[in-house]
Write a protein of this length. Structure first.
Ligand SMILES: [Fe+2]
Length: 364
């Protein structure tokens, strides 16, 4: 099985990665370990952990985590796995003053320290300090909360430099407003495709929009579509045609490697987080934000409803395209494709970033 990709071939001549990247368990396992466990991944929002004691939980490539605001107001993330027999400690989301494992009642402080381990009897060789919930690096960026599983504050590993990773995205997003956007709604989609099929589709420089999104295409001025790629990010900007008020003057599609899109248009913003489930399934979580002060105001309500409905239509069109692509990738007739050198620079850059992270596992 070939997994090879050669990022030194210029885009005009380059083949896309082999289908095995999208259909095989080996690249999928390598991505979990060397991409998703070693990057800043958006897992939630600041408003979910606004007050002391508030928390949310989730799982990132097989690693259950909890993000919470402790009593001193500090944001923390930890592995949500009991040190006793590995049960999941906190469930879903909510508010707590301590974390109690539902299995045998082991109880942790909000900073992860073990507080109580009931009915353990006489114990030797036991130091409670060795049985804390292990910390995970966590940061806020505007309304988003990101974690880096590879880093642990106070631990041996340093996280990646988040400021450096997001640097190219900060200014374009700030221009239209990012830091103070208000969250209004979440929608989640389970899609029968490899996570990279969805990312490729969103990075194609608007190539598919004219064919797959008839209504959206009318609102965009493709002649002015600009794509810029960076070390671990890309920015796609498209002027509006003026035919769709929802989009404002221009639309920004910002992407942070590997799996976060921040789409900013008109009075709205949506973030899409693409999470691998298995080799041919991913989950895409959409969070919608607005820049209205008063979201209950009639005009705001109408714009928001209309925009989310339209976004759902676009998403259904993308799901159809992505699932059809995954089906085609399984065909014996397909091995590798090609890039549009005019439009698909970000797709090519994404594949090169990925290859850099996983090649040591796949070069054989
Ligand atoms: Fe699309």
């Amino acid at each position: 099985m070939s997994y090879q990709f050669d990022p030194t071939i210029p885009i005009e001549a380059a083949p896309t990665p082999p289908k095995s990247w999208y259909t095989d368990p080996l690249p999928f396992a390598a991505e979990k370990r060397h991409v998703f466990e070693k990057a800043w991944i958006a897992v939630g929002r600041s408003d979910q952990v606004a007050v002391p004691g508030s928390y949310f939980t989730g799982e990132l490539v097989g690693n259950p985590y909890i993000v919470l605001r402790d009593d001193e107001g500090q944001l923390r993330a930890m592995h949500n796995v009991c040190r006793h027999h590995a049960a999941i400690v906190a469930q879903e989301s909510g508010h707590a003053s301590e974390l109690v494992c539902p299995y045998h009642g082991w109880t942790y402080h909000l900073d992860g320290r073990l507080k109580r381990a009931p009915s353990m009897g006489k114990m030797t060789h036991f130091d409670a300090a060795d049985f804390c919930l292990p910390p995970i690096s966590v940061e806020e960026w505007g309304p988003l909360v990101l974690i880096d599983l590879d880093g642990a504050k106070g631990g041996e590993n340093n996280p990646r430099d988040l400021a450096a990773d997001i640097a190219p995205l900060v200014e374009p997003l700030a221009e239209l407003g990012f830091e103070n956007m208000k969250w209004i709604e979440r929608r989640s989609y389970l899609i029968n495709c490899n996570w990279k099929v969805f990312v490729d589709n969103s990075l194609d420089g608007g190539y598919h929009v004219a064919y797959a999104h008839e209504q959206l295409a009318e609102g965009l001025e493709f002649a002015g579509y600009r794509t810029t790629t960076f070390d671990r990010a890309s920015v796609q900007i498209c002027e509006s045609s003026g035919k769709d008020n929802r989009l404002g003057d221009k639309v920004i599609y910002a992407w942070l490697y590997p799996n976060l899109f921040v789409n900013r248009y008109g009075r709205m913003m949506d973030t899409n987080v693409v999470l691998p489930v298995d080799v041919d399934t991913c989950q895409v979580v959409f969070d919608f934000f607005v820049d209205y002060e008063d979201v209950e105001q009639w005009n705001a309500k109408r714009t928001i409803r209309k925009s989310i409905t339209q976004s759902h239509v676009i998403q259904k069109e993308d799901v159809e395209i992505c699932e059809s692509t995954q089906q085609g990738l399984r065909s014996m007739s397909f091995e590798r494709g090609r890039y549009s050198s005019k439009l698909e620079q970000s797709v090519y850059a994404f594949h090169a970033m990925l290859w850099k992270d996983i090649q040591h596992e796949l070069s054989q």
